[in-house]
Design a protein around this ligand. Structure first.
Ligand SMILES: Nc1ncnc2c1ncn2[C@@H]1O[C@H](COP(=O)(O)OP(=O)(O)OP(=O)(O)O)[C@@H](O)[C@H]1O
Length: 837
């Protein structure tokens, strides 16, 4: 987008560019190269077009009267006042309309002022259209309509003084009918129309095919409506989704996707010198730098207009470079990242539960006054004078904002925290002294009747619906009742901690839910690690749509520690691969990369593909560290350090916020922290580096920290049945058939010793069977394993590695099968017996 703007700015500033625009429009060498002149000439053109249209419309009513005057008119008499013309545009209007409508093209002559209008608007800079294309399109349509009207309207419009197709249409019709007859003329008109529409949009081909095979079309429609359920028609479906489902993602995929080609150098031949015209959706040359192309013939062509540049400059090269791509992609429009699941419908808000007092905190005046009285009394009793006190009622907490009298030291009030809490007889008092950015002191007091913040009230907010964040997570409401949202892509990783039963799982569900409400299955993949085995099982139905896994045959929700290590290593491999792709694409991060990919600047045949964001959520991270220690900590730290740019984000949760679990390494790499209530001040310090989490009230009361001061937020409540409904809803939508396959983790060099390093338990459960198959069939081929055991490529490759490591087959030899080194079953049995020991 910025490139287009820059080019336009350059165009405005550079004389050379303005000259080209002017020449484009006028079709003659430029006279004056000045933006102001262009504007004024454009204004004249536009006004002339309007004048012509008015005259032509008037001609329909006054033509009969004016015709005799116009025909009798002798040279020089046009401006004579002796004739009184009825046309509202006077003698010139009457004459011009007579020529255009009666003598030339009939009703179709309106295309002439329409084209002049486009020229005018282009010169005025109001629109940017491809004038050559418009010229040929309007000219062809006008001629075609002129003949068509002559054929079909002349017999019914007998009372007009002109032929509906003008003299041109009528003469052409008579000539053609004389030569090829009426059916021949109709056929020619039909062929020209279809050929023209095909040239304009390739959808014509599909449309004509549907027309030719209506039964096939109806069948495909029936299949489609069955897939989305509910028997809704395609139209209703699309309309609905357009109204709410995902306004923000449309911006990403289209506004940004269409945007620009901003690639100066030589990597992608095609992309370098083309760009998608925002208005026309056309591919046009990046015409600002013809010299960079180094093509002198291109330069001379460029003088005649942008379209000619398109044809001449890019012709030979584009055909070669794009030939391969064009067979797969229509370069005139950006790739839709949601293809082929464009029919996917985002979960609707009615899947979420509403509560009686939703979004409206319960205000108990008596409670407020009593609390205020007590706060003032306690502070006075300690000699602290107050100038003003103000209460802000939040969903679960009320903030009393105190302006102390002059001369009162803030630290004095902070030290009275426990005394105030005691006198208010309330748990969860937190003193903020001073409130950042204000000279006041805040005392947060829990409400006697806390309100539930429903997920529905959060997701139904304008803030969430209109959010353009990459990975929006709506966490709940602040003390001032504002929806609290953060972009996970910016965090870039989150640590969630809190004692058991304080709202951690609900918080994780709120995070996942908000992502599911905003992201398409092609845009987001989730890796769920659930050592407790029950927390995330509710997301089972969305595995195919939203999950990523290393072993496609196994449950994508990881519950086993050994698999966690494998998955984390696989994510490290994916991270490295993505970095390589980013480097090759010259992109700094996933957003730039995807934009380039969607605008056809990256060649899929060179391994480029659209990258979905990957969010890794690990519940009970403490359990993992206790069982696997460094083995999980290291890959987690590595991903946390590096993966932000490639769109891999982590959320780790623990109910044991101790330093042995939240180590310095983890803390340093997880700047985003969410603390639910904890029992001790040390735990709060471990999570947030300060007290506060120990003073929370539980049930979703949390502190969010990323930067200076934590924000107190009441987490949105989303219940398991709601999550179930959302998951089932998503599962019923069209989407991928399998979870995204993560790459095979790089093999650990240290483990590549001999038989003594392995035991059967470490190996794939199919190991023995596969090894036997290889030895018996003497076939060391991965694809043979895949075929025989009906397993995926990753798993077959892994098995082959294990078999190689144990010396059963030799090293890979390119595309040839490996050499089988253990040739008889007895030797294999001995080897397996060793492994069993
Ligand atoms: N945001 C919230 N609003 C209202 N109530 C909540 C909220 N979050 C949690 N609760 C209440 O607290 C209970 C426990 O929450 P949750 O299961 O999330 O705790 P937890 O910290 O995950 O516990 P554990 O670590 O044992 O899994 C919920 O069943 C619910 O009743």
């Amino acid at each position: 987008m910025s490139t287009v703007k820059n080019n336009n700015k350059k165009a405005a500033k550079s004389g050379k560019k303005v000259k080209k625009t002017y020449a484009d429009v006028m079709g003659i060498g430029s006279v004056v190269h000045n933006e102001k002149v262009d504007f004024v000439v454009g204004l004249v053109f536009s006004s002339l077009a309007i004048y012509m249209m008015i005259a032509m419309v008037s001609y329909f009513f006054t033509g009969a009267y004016d015709q005799s005057l116009v025909i009798q008119l002798r040279p020089g008499e046009l401006i004579s006042s002796s004739h009184s013309f009825q046309n509202v545009c006077g003698s010139i209007g009457a004459l011009m309309s007579y020529i255009l409508v009666a003598r030339w093209f009939g009703i179709a002559a309106f295309f002439i002022p329409v084209f002049i209008m486009f020229c005018g608007l282009q010169l005025m800079g109001a629109y940017k259209v491809n004038l050559w294309k418009w010229f040929f399109s309007t000219a062809l349509t006008m001629v075609w309509m002129s003949v068509t009207f002559a054929k079909f309207l002349t017999p019914i419009m007998t009372d007009q003084v002109f032929y509906p197709g003008g003299d041109h249409g009528e003469n052409s019709r008579q000539f053609l009918e004389g030569v090829i007859g009426s059916p021949g003329l109709i056929a020619v008109l039909g062929i020209v129309a279809v050929a023209f529409l095909t040239f304009l949009t390739s959808e014509t081909i599909a449309f004509v095919r549907h027309l030719l095979n209506p039964i096939g079309y109806i069948t495909s429609k029936v299949k489609f409506s069955a897939e989305i359920g509910g028997g809704e028609s395609e139209d209703t479906w699309n309309n609905e989704s357009a109204s709410y489902e995902n306004p923000a993602a449309q911006t990403v995929s289209f506004n940004e996707g269409v945007a620009t080609f901003d690639q100066p150098d030589n990597t992608e031949d095609t992309a370098n010198r083309t760009m998608v015209d925002e208005e026309t959706g056309e591919i046009v040359l990046h015409d600002s730098e013809p010299e960079s192309v180094g093509n002198t013939s291109g330069k001379s062509e460029s003088e005649t207009g942008k379209d000619v540049e398109l044809v001449v400059e890019t012709g030979a090269k584009e055909e070669k470079a794009c030939g391969k791509n064009l067979t797969h992609y229509d370069l005139s429009t950006p790739i839709n990242p949601r293809e082929p699941f464009t029919a996917y419908k985002f979960p609707t808000l009615n899947l979420l539960k509403k509560y009686d007092n939703d979004s409206k905190p319960y205000i108990d005046k008596e409670e407020l006054i009593a609390n205020k009285k007590r706060i003032v009394e306690v502070l006075n009793s300690f000699g602290v004078q107050i100038r003003e006190i103000k209460a802000t009622v939040g969903p679960t907490i009320t903030l009393y904002e105190i302006t102390p009298a002059e001369g009162v030291r803030i630290s004095k009030i902070r030290n009275l925290e426990d005394d105030i809490a005691l006198s208010l007889a309330a748990l969860g008092i937190r003193i903020i002294a001073p409130i950042p950015g204000k000279g006041t002191i805040g005392i947060e007091v829990p409400n006697a009747k806390p309100a539930i913040v429903s997920m529905e009230s959060i997701l139904n907010s304008k803030k969430f619906q209109e959010s353009t964040m990459e990975l929006p997570i709506a966490l709940g409401k602040t003390i001032t009742n504002e929806v609290f949202m953060v972009d996970l892509a910016k965090q870039p990783h989150l640590l969630v901690a809190g004692a058991t039963g304080q709202g951690k799982s609900v918080g994780l569900n709120a995070i996942i839910t908000s992502l599911l409400y905003k992201k398409h299955p092609n845009e987001l993949k989730i890796v769920l690690v659930d050592p407790k085995k029950v927390e995330f099982s509710v997301y089972g139905p969305i595995a195919e749509h939203f999950m990523a896994s290393v072993d496609e045959d196994e449950d994508p929700i990881i519950t086993d520690v050994t698999k966690v290590v494998r998955t984390l290593k696989s994510l490290c491999t994916l991270m490295d691969t993505r970095y390589d792709l980013l480097k090759a694409a010259g992109a700094r991060n996933i957003k730039e990369y995807n934009q380039k990919f969607l605008s056809h600047k990256l060649n899929p045949e060179k391994g480029h593909e659209y990258m979905p964001y990957i969010v890794v959520i690990i519940d009970e991270f403490g359990d993992l560290i206790m069982t696997a220690g460094k083995e999980v900590e290291l890959p987690i730290a590595r991903i946390a350090q590096l993966a932000r740019a490639v769109g891999i984000h982590m959320i780790i949760a623990t109910q044991r916020p101790t330093t042995s679990i939240i180590t310095g390494n983890i803390k340093a790499n997880f700047p985003g922290r969410i603390a639910f209530r904890v029992g001790a001040i040390v735990d709060s310090r471990t999570i947030l580096d300060r007290p506060g989490a120990n003073q929370l009230v539980g049930r979703g009361d949390m502190l969010f920290l990323n930067g200076q001061e934590p924000t107190r937020v009441q987490c949105a409540f989303v219940d398991t049945p709601e999550v179930e409904d959302i998951a089932n809803y998503i599962a019923s939508q069209p989407g991928p058939l399998h979870p995204m396959e993560l790459p095979e983790p790089a093999t650990d060099e240290t483990g590549a010793g001999g038989v003594g390093d392995s035991s059967l338990a470490d190996l794939d459960p199919l190991f023995e069977e596969v090894a036997r198959f290889i030895v018996m069939s003497n076939q060391g081929s991965t694809s043979a394993i895949q075929r025989k055991f009906s397993i995926g490529y990753n798993r077959a490759g892994r098995l082959m590695d294990q078999i190689e490591r144990l010396g059963i087959v030799g090293a890979a030899q390119g595309s040839k099968p490996r050499e089988v080194l253990v040739t008889d079953e007895n030797s294999l049995d001995t080897l397996i017996a060793q492994l069993r020991q």
